[in-house]
Design a protein around this ligand. Structure first.
Ligand SMILES: [Fe+2]
Length: 410
């Protein structure tokens, strides 16, 4: 997180005596990154965070990638994926490499334990559903279309509300760092002097929802905290509730940001994807393609030009909106356009787009600087005809537009 905040009770200085009402010292924990020189928070626990009574290795999380030597465009249709597992075990990895893994979760069950990702940061994008994220640093209420950023090491339990009658099943996207880097706002949005979001940034501090009270539970008993590290999930048993922090301060904490609070930057001519950048980590970025007015030059072509993003694989997850100008794409679709091959508008869509003034598409993009590989689960929902969907190009007759429509996702 870029800015300093605090929650709950903290002493006047770091590393001084700070006592519980019964006189016992609270246990101070420095929760820091990058060898004590990166973003850090300082937490005050009722119990020493080292008080665990047992541990065991539960299951492997190592993803098996297939077709690693196949370079082709893909269209993964995820909307029919059946609910399974809980908000952690139900995550199905679809694409990944040594820097990032992208999974989709349609949870069926509630989490009966707390979880800590000890190997990477998580960016969860809630497509459908709402609920509460109980974390060691406070409570976050989450809603449809929220990004939830959970930095490495934060203990949490994700509790979904039951969907209303007629609502689709709860569903979220998970983008997780596999290279120990952290998911942060792009540095160019942030003042080097004050860590404040700058005027040109498409969102700012007011848009970020940070943890609130309550953050502490004093239940007695035995509690399981599952910790992901070294490509495995381990179960650690605590003899006290793992959410026992009475206060913390610092710049390292989970938060929510709703994609509808992203303020798109528009232009006279077509704006490139970095305009839509929302977060980044080492070797990948996350962008938000939000409803917006389109390019306003009188001869503007509002669909993206053909492009070779030579150093990136591009993944788009389509959330909602009108996708008529993109063949076969629907809500819940993933498209993967790999580096090494150009891509762009589908045949018949360029002339049709002329005169369009607005797009209501909403999509999340993840661009990676190293090739992404699919898993078996991805192949199971892959549309093998997608690479052929550009094949029937022929010159579009001038004025072929009948009702200007544009798809501005890249
Ligand atoms: Fe693209």
């Amino acid at each position: 997180m870029p800015y300093y905040t605090s929650l709950g009770q903290i002493p006047a200085k770091r590393h001084i005596q700070f006592r519980r009402p019964d006189g016992v010292l609270y246990s101070e924990e420095v929760f820091g990154t990058e060898g004590f020189v990166g973003p850090t928070s300082t937490l005050y626990h009722i119990h020493p965070p080292t008080q665990v009574t047992g541990w065991e290795t539960k299951y492997s999380t190592k993803s098996e990638f297939v077709e690693t030597e196949v370079m082709r465009m893909r269209h993964l249709k995820s909307m029919d994926m059946k609910p399974k597992g809980d908000p952690v075990t139900g995550r199905v990895v679809l694409l990944g490499n040594a820097d990032v893994e992208i999974s989709l979760c349609v949870p069926k069950d509630a989490m009966e334990y707390h979880y800590k990702n000890g190997s990477g940061d998580e960016c969860l994008f809630v497509h459908y559903g709402s609920g509460t994220l109980h974390t060691s640093m406070g409570t976050l209420e989450f809603h449809k279309k929220d990004y939830i950023i959970i930095p490495k090491g934060v203990i949490y339990k994700m509790v979904f509300n039951d969907p209303e009658a007629g609502d689709p099943p709860n569903r979220f996207l998970c983008i997780e760092t596999m290279n120990t880097s952290h998911i942060l706002p792009p540095p160019r949005y942030i003042s080097k002097k004050t860590s404040q979001f700058l005027e040109h940034a498409p969102y700012c501090e007011r848009d970020l929802r940070i943890p609130t009270l309550p953050m502490m539970f004093e239940d007695e008993g035995t509690f399981e905290v599952r910790i992901k590290a070294r490509d495995c999930v381990h179960a650690y048993n605590y003899d006290h509730h793992p959410l026992d922090v009475v206060g913390w301060d610092g710049c390292y904490y989970p938060y929510c940001f709703n994609i509808d609070d992203f303020s798109p930057i528009v232009g006279k001519h077509h704006m490139p994807p970095p305009t839509h950048q929302t977060f980044e980590a080492h070797n990948f970025v996350i962008c938000s393609f939000c409803p917006r007015v389109l390019d306003f030059h009188p001869k503007a072509i509002p669909v993206p030009y053909y492009h070779s993003n030579l150093d990136s694989d591009e993944v788009l997850y389509y959330v909602e909106g009108n996708y008529k100008a993109r063949r076969g794409i629907g809500s819940g679709s993933f498209s993967l356009h790999p580096q090494g091959i150009a891509h762009g508008p589908h045949p018949g869509t360029v002339e049709k787009s002329l005169g369009a003034t607005y797009t209501d598409e909403l999509a999340v993009m993840c661009d990676t600087f190293r090739p992404l590989n699919p898993t078996k689960a991805a192949l199971g929902i892959d549309d093998p005809d997608y690479p052929q969907s550009w094949a029937d190009w022929k010159p579009e007759p001038v004025g072929s537009r009948s009702d200007a429509e544009s798809s501005d996702t890249w």
